[in-house]
Design a binder for this molecule. Structure first.
Ligand SMILES: [Ca+2]
Length: 490
C-alpha cells in the first residue's frame, strides 16, 4: 500500500541545503549486513498496523525496572541529516520524531523506566571522562564505529556478549558487525536498529530511470534483481553513452556521462562491496591475516580505473550532484540512502542502487556503512553492577526490537516521500537490498596509519593499476600495527 507522508523532519530539511557527504569521506565504517533485512510482518499484521503503536509480540519478557533512568549519550547531529536518535521529548507531527517518541514512551511504560538522551557536540570526551571517574551517568553511548573499537581496546566499554538481557543473534543487531568485530569472544560495540542512522547511512549509488528508457538500457533495478549487476556490467553500460552535448570538442561539466562522482574516494565502495575484506580474523584464536591483496582487488582496481579515466565514461567533479539532477549522468556514486533527500527536487526519476558485485558468482550485494553511522556502546563502569547492567541490557534489547519492527519502516517512508507509485515500489525493493547487504569492515575501521584500507582510492588517484607495489610499500607498517592491536584484545 502506498503511504504518502507529508511531514518532514527539520533535520531532513537541513539536508536539502547540506553538502553531499560521501560515504568514506569521514573515514567510516561499514557495518555489515545480514541480520537486518526489513522486518517480516506476522501473518495477522495488516499494512495499517505497521504504525509505531502496534509492535508485534515481543521476545523480551516484561519486567519492572523500578523507575530506572536509561540515559543515552549521543551527538547532536550527524552529517546534518541524522539527529537525536536516542529520544525525543514531545510529539510534533513529524513522522520520524513521533516514531522515536512513541517507541520510548511505550518501552518506558512496559518496563517502568525512563529513557532520556544527553546530546553533545562530540561524544568521545564526555564518555571517557565519565568512565575514568567511575560515573554511572550514561547507560548507553552512540559513537562512531572507529571510536567504538578503539575505546573498547582501551578498556572503556563493556563486552556486549556479557550483558544480561541482550541477545546478539537477534535480527535487530547487524550480524556482520557482530561476527566481524568479535575478537577472542569480545565485542565492544554493535550496530542496532535503535539508531535510525543505521538505515540512513548505508552507502549506495543512484541511477536516472528516464535515461535508461532514452538509451534503451534495461532498468538497472531489474538487472539488480536478476543478480546481474556487476562491475563489468556498469563498465559496459557506461561506455559509449557519454557525449559532448554542447559540441565544443572538450568534455567537461557541460556534457553527458555514464557516471559522475564527487571524488575518487567516493569509489571506495567498489572495493568493499565487491567482497574484498581488508583483514580476515579468526575470532576464537584472536589472530588475523591481511587479506586485501588478491586477484579480486587487482581486477577491481583495473575496472574502476577504466570506469573513471577511460572512454569518457565518468567525470570526477564537485558538481556531480547538480549534473546528476540535471540529467547529465546515468549513475552517481558517493552517497548513501539519505542522499535521496538531496535529490528529491530532481525532475527525472531516480532510484537508489546497491554497488555492483565483483561478478555474478558473488553471493550477495553488499553495502558498506558510512562513517557517520553510530555504533552502540555500554560504558565499562557497570562491570561490578550486574543489577544495573541487567536493566540496561533489557532496555537495549527492547528498544532495538521495537525499532526493528516499527521505526525502520518509517525511515523508509521519510526518504521515499514524493515518489510516484511505480518508483515507490522499485525504490523500496532497492532499499531492502541495500539494507540487507549492509556491512562494516574491521580493517577499514581500524586502519589509522597505513591507508592500506583505501588502496583502491590511492590507485585511482595515481591512475595506476600497479596494486602490488602499493601493497608492498605498506605491508610492514600494517603488520606491525595489527600485531599490536590484536595483542591488546587479550
Ligand atoms: Ca563539451
Amino acid at each position: 500500500m502506498l503511504k504518502k507522508i507529508t511531514a518532514l523532519s527539520v533535520s531532513m530539511m537541513m539536508l536539502l541545503s547540506a553538502v553531499l557527504v560521501s560515504c568514506g569521506e569521514e573515514a567510516s565504517a561499514p557495518p555489515a549486513a545480514g541480520g537486518t533485512s526489513a522486518p517480516e510482518a506476522s501473518p495477522e499484521t495488516t499494512a495499517a498496523e505497521t504504525e509505531a503503536e502496534t509492535a508485534p509480540e515481543s521476545v523480551v519478557p516484561d519486567q519492572d525496572l523500578e523507575g530506572y533512568t536509561y540515559v543515552i549519550l549521543e551527538r547532536k547531529n550527524a552529517a546534518n541529516i541524522v539527529e537525536r536518535e536516542g529520544d525525543r521529548e514531545e510529539m510534533d507531527g513529524d513522522i520520524l520524531n513521533d516514531a522515536i517518541y512513541t517507541r520510548n514512551r511505550a518501552i518506558e511504560e512496559r518496563f517502568n523506566a525512563k529513557i532520556k538522551s544527553a546530546t553533545v557536540d562530540d561524544v568521545q570526551a564526555p564518555f571517557t571522562k565519565s568512565v575514568k571517574a567511575g560515573d554511572k551517568e550514561y547507560s548507553m553511548v552512540f559513537i562512531t564505529p572507529p571510536a567504538s573499537v578503539s575505546d573498547g581496546i582501551d578498556g572503556y566499554n563493556m563486552n556486549l556478549w556479557e550483558i544480561p538481557g541482550m541477545d546478539l543473534t537477534q535480527p535487530w543487531y547487524n550480524d556482520v558487525v557482530v561476527n566481524n568485530f568479535t575478537v577472542r569472544n569480545k565485542l565492544y560495540s554493535a550496530l542496532s536498529d535503535m539508531t535510525y542512522g543505521a538505515s540512513i547511512f548505508a552507502c549506495c549509488m543512484f541511477y536516472n530511470t528516464n535515461l535508461c528508457d532514452k538509451y534503451g538500457i534495461e532498468q538497472i533495478s531489474e538487472t539488480v534483481k536478476k543478480g546481474q549487476w556487476t562491475q563489468e556490467k556498469e563498465l559496459e553500460i557506461s561506455k559509449g553513452i557519454s557525449s559532448d552535448i554542447n559540441g565544443d570538442g572538450k568534455m567537461d561539466t557541460e556534457d553527458f556521462y555514464g557516471h559522475v562522482a564527487g571524488s575518487t574516494h567516493n569509489c571506495m565502495n567498489y572495493q568493499y562491496d565487491a567482497d574484498i575484506p581488508y583483514l580476515k580474523i579468526n575470532n576464537e584464536e584472536g589472530t588475523y591475516e591481511v587479506a586485501i591483496m588478491s586477484e579480486r582487488l587487482v581486477k577491481t582496481v583495473e575496472r574502476i580505473n577504466a570506469l573513471l579515466w577511460e572512454d569518457n565514461r565518468s567525470l570526477v567533479t564537485d558538481k556531480h550532484i547538480d549534473m546528476f539532477k540535471n540529467g547529465q549522468a546515468l549513475f552517481i556514486t558517493g552517497g548513501y540512502v539519505g542522499t535521496m533527500l538531496l535529490l528529491r527536487d530532481m525532475e527525472d526519476d531516480f532510484v537508489p542502487l546497491t554497488y555492483p558485485k565483483f561478478d555474478e558468482a558473488q553471493e550477495k550485494y553488499l553495502s558498506m556503512l558510512a562513517g557517520s553511522t553510530s555504533f552502540i556502546v555500554i560504558p565499562g563502569v557497570y562491570a561490578d553492577d550486574p543489577a544495573t547492567l541487567g536493566k540496561i541490557g533489557t532496555l537495549t534489547e527492547a528498544l532495538s526490537e521495537y525499532s526493528y519492527n516499527n521505526l525502520t519502516p518509517v525511515i523508509y517512508d521519510t526518504v521515499i516521500e514524493n515518489k510516484t507509485s511505480r518508483d515507490y515500489e522499485t525504490t523500496k525493493q532497492m532499499l531492502d537490498i541495500i539494507r540487507d547487504g549492509r556491512m562494516a569492515d574491521f580493517g577499514y575501521l581500524t586502519d589509522k596509519n597505513s591507508y592500506m584500507s583505501v588502496i583502491l582510492t590511492n590507485c585511482l588517484d595515481k591512475k595506476t593499476n600497479d596494486v602490488a607495489s602499493m601493497y608492498a610499500k605498506k605491508i610492514d607498517k600494517v603488520t606491525k600495527f595489527y600485531d599490536k592491536l590484536f595483542e591488546n584484545f587479550a
